[in-house]
Ligand binder design. Structure first.
Ligand code: CO8
Length: 258
């Protein structure tokens, strides 16, 4: 059982809600460990084919827990950072789509958690920022690496150096989120994206995720070579035969994850 998360599985989708609203869902070591446990369940449980991460109350996640960080020494800080990276990298590595449904403040470690997910959908009320320099530190859960990859080097420097908080519309404009919807439609919108993906060939989806993630840090030639092998793996699946047969027979494919 989780103390800081709600975890629910419905129709092949895991709903992970960070549930520390009194502290704006701030990520302390306990929450990070529970997130790791929850994503282990997402990875291992065959019934789960996608995950949606959101926050309880008015924050998605307002960052790493400042009270906890204040109380620990550099060695403790290193452990906390390493744990954060372990969680973010794990979310990115799981071969199932993970969607962030950003309901409110996504600051510091919260913005970094959202960026580790595959797709981000935001409520109109969401706010984004990397305010670490206000606290005398820099982003520590991947922000200096994932933010420039998403919004470009200069925009990332602008956001991190000024610590400006931006609204959902601006986050959409700069490519930090893929969709903005009214607050009351947020979970439905995330669910709709998840269900759209779930209707596709599962092996192709898994291979797409790993090929994009692994190829992103390669040069074009190495990335192309990776795609050749990854494509060949999808071509060898039974779902390839099913997908193409269904098209030719003008029917909906019945993918078997084989
Ligand atoms: N950590 C701990 N507690 C928090 C945090 C946080 N990040 N954010 C909010 N809280 C707490 C507040 O202290 C307050 O508690 P209490 O009621 O006991 O006083 C409660 O949540 C409600 O917060 P506010 O009263 O401040 O609510 P507002 O609506 O006025 O403001 C904000 C909401 C704008 C979200 C505001 O709380 C805020 O600015 N929070 C801090 C945001 C921030 O600086 N985040 C970055 C943290 S650093 C980080 O994430 C680095 C990641 C790498 C970590 C490496 C680990 C070593």
């Amino acid at each position: 059982m989780y103390e800081n998360l709600k975890f629910e599985v419905k129709e092949n989708i895991a709903y992970i809600t960070i549930n520390r609203p009194k502290a704006m869902n701030a990520l302390n070591v306990e929450v990070l460990n529970e997130l790791y446990e929850a994503f282990t369940e997402v990875e291992k449980n065959g019934e789960i084919r996608a995950a949606i991460v959101t926050g309880e109350g008015k924050a998605f996640v307002a960052g790493a827990d400042i009270a906890q960080m204040h109380a620990i020494d550099p060695i403790g800080g290193r452990t906390m950072i390493a744990t954060g990276h372990k969680v973010m990298n794990y979310i990115e590595a799981i071969e199932k789509p993970v969607i962030a449904a950003i309901n409110g403040f996504a600051l510091g470690g919260g913005c970094e958690l959202a960026m580790a997910c595959d797709i981000r959908v935001a409520s109109e009320k969401a706010k984004f920022g990397q305010p670490e320099v206000n606290l005398g530190i820099i982003p520590g859960f991947g922000g200096t690496q994932r933010l420039p990859r998403l919004v470009g080097k200069s925009m990332a420097k602008y956001l991190i150096m000024t610590a400006d908080m931006i609204n959902a519309e601006e986050a959409y404009r700069i490519g930090l989120v893929e969709k903005v919807v009214p607050a009351e439609e947020l979970i439905d919108a995330a669910e709709k994206i998840a269900k759209t993906i779930l209707a596709k060939a599962p092996i192709a989806i898994a291979i797409t995720k790993t090929t994009i993630n692994n190829g992103y840090n390669m040069d074009m030639r190495a990335g192309s070579a990776l795609e050749v092998e990854a494509f060949t793996a999808s071509f060898a699946s039974q779902d390839k035969t099913e997908g193409m047969s269904a098209f030719l027979e003008k029917r909906t494919p019945n993918f078997q994850n084989k």
